[in-house]
Design a protein around this ligand. Structure first.
Ligand SMILES: *[C@@H]1O[C@H](CO)[C@@H](O)[C@H](O)[C@H]1NC(C)=O
Ligand SMILES: *[C@@H]1O[C@H](CO)[C@@H](O)[C@H](O)[C@H]1NC(C)=O
Ligand SMILES: *[C@@H]1O[C@H](CO)[C@@H](O)[C@H](O)[C@H]1NC(C)=O
Ligand SMILES: *[C@@H]1O[C@H](CO)[C@@H](O)[C@H](O)[C@H]1NC(C)=O
Length: 399
């Protein structure tokens, strides 16, 4: 019997082998950066060695893997270009360390990937952005000498790809940036920077479609996840965010006319000690744009300053005058459901929409947010919002 079933397996195997592209079954060809002159001594710049390994891997017709074994690798700014001839894996087992000096960067990228299809970046390693020396130059509101600082991991024009099992610490600017990407899955990543490190967004998305983010831990000095113009069909689930500024859509309305963000779903997220929870913000004044079909579901707030917020008067550097300038961004079809926990400010729910184009079709379903500080309980504050509410409503009074 045993030999007969072994024979069966062999037949099935031969069938699969001949039926499908054989290369899919072969192990990937390994391009180890150590064979290209890389040195894990923490001092030698490895950007050229990594590039040589990438170029060979990219020209390989079949699956290939650029391997960065354990160890600490100093790496200056580098961008890995496609298109490549086969599936690419960039396997980071070691620690990649950015140069300390922010003035050494002449681009806005530390590690970039461009024009690659079927890329997988993974390996369990670390990206150490060495941000502490750069952060003082990052805050253009406070510092006249503000430099253009690099994003740690930048993906431009990347399709059908995955980013998994990567840790990024102390990025100089954003940890991960997606621009003009399609069908990207990000999971099991951990992104950390101190709460007071300016502009260190966790994942920043623009002009990208079909992005899935799940099982990520983000604690940083700016938004955990932010989505700006051209973000469409973004599915975010199982996120732990904190510290940070929450998950944000916007700021919208400062680029071109008729921009949009659409089809955003955020589920099963926990926010701990963040400045905001779930937020939509548009510049004031702003051009006409659209933010629509957005849902926030199953969200836990732990001591969050603005748990639920729509802010159509966003303008941090504007004088706090009577606001005659209004946003022309239309926000519609937004659902907040099953959101509960604690607010660290009394206004737990704040929907401040535009006088000119009120928010439409907003739904509040099962909201339960407590404020335990002085002058409590929690209150809701809304203006120019059209919509409905049902289920539990604490605080109530908005819709
Ligand atoms: C990427 O994967 C798709 C689907 O499997 C395949 O059609 C395409 O040829 C691949 N491209 C590269 C460069 O591997
Ligand atoms: C991302 O995940 C979705 C759903 O799990 C899947 O359909 C899609 O093929 C995945 N994309 C990539 C590039 O792995
Ligand atoms: C709304 O967005 C979801 C993704 O969150 C998408 O599946 C759905 O098709 C969108 N609906 C409309 C009417 O665009
Ligand atoms: C979200 O949480 C609910 C309730 O805990 C669970 O049933 C559901 O499977 C989760 N969904 C995702 C996408 O994690």
């Amino acid at each position: 019997m045993a030999s007969r079933s072994a024979f069966g397996i062999l037949i099935v195997f031969i069938f699969l082998w001949t039926a499908a592209d054989a290369s899919a079954f072969l192990p990937p060809k390994i391009f180890n950066v150590l064979n290209y002159g890389a040195r894990a001594d923490g001092n030698t710049d490895n950007s050229q060695a990594f590039l040589r390994a990438w170029i060979d891997a990219c020209r390989w017709k079949g699956r290939s893997r650029v391997l960065i074994p354990g160890g600490i690798y100093l790496l200056h700014s580098v961008t890995f270009l496609g298109p490549c001839l086969g599936e690419m894996t960039f396997m980071i087992r070691g620690t990649l360390r950015a140069p300390n000096n922010p003035a050494l960067f002449f681009t806005d990228t530390w590690i970039g990937f461009r024009y690659v299809d079927n890329l997988s970046v993974k390996g369990g390693g670390y990206l150490d952005g060495q941000g502490a020396s750069a952060w003082p130059y990052n805050d253009c509101f406070k510092n006249s000498q503000c430099l253009s600082l690099p994003i740690s991991l930048r993906f431009d024009f990347i399709r059908n790809s995955k980013i998994q099992y990567i840790r990024s610490i102390n990025s100089k600017k954003a940890h991960i940036n997606l621009f003009a990407c399609d069908n990207i899955n990000i999971s099991y990543v951990r992104l950390t920077a101190p709460e007071n490190a300016p502009n260190t967004d966790g994942i920043h998305i623009g002009a990208s479609t079909n992005i899935k983010i799940s099982r990520v831990n983000i604690g940083t000095g700016d938004d955990c996840i932010s989505m700006v113009s051209g973000s469409q069909n973004i599915d975010i689930s199982e996120v732990n965010c904190g510290p940070g500024h929450g998950i944000s859509i916007g700021s919208l309305g400062r680029g071109f006319e008729n921009e949009y963000v659409m089809g955003i779903s955020v589920r099963n997220a926990t926010f701990s000690n963040t400045q905001n929870g779930v937020r939509i913000k548009t510049w004031s004044p702003s051009l006409s744009s659209l933010a629509a079909n957005i849902s926030f579901h199953n969200i836990i707030m732990q001591n969050v300053n603005n748990p639920v917020i729509i802010d159509q008067k966003y303008c941090p550097s504007c004088p706090p005058s009577g606001d005659e300038s209004v946003s022309k961004v239309q926000i519609r079809d937004v659902k907040f459901s099953n959101i509960w926990g604690t607010s660290s400010s009394q206004v737990a729910l704040s929907l401040q929409c535009s006088k000119l184009v009120p928010c439409q079709d907003v739904k509040l379903v099962d909201i339960d947010l407590a404020y335990r500080g002085q002058g409590g309980p929690a209150i809701a504050s809304c203006s120019n919002v059209i919509g409905t509410s049902y289920g539990r409503q604490v605080p109530r009074g908005c819709l």
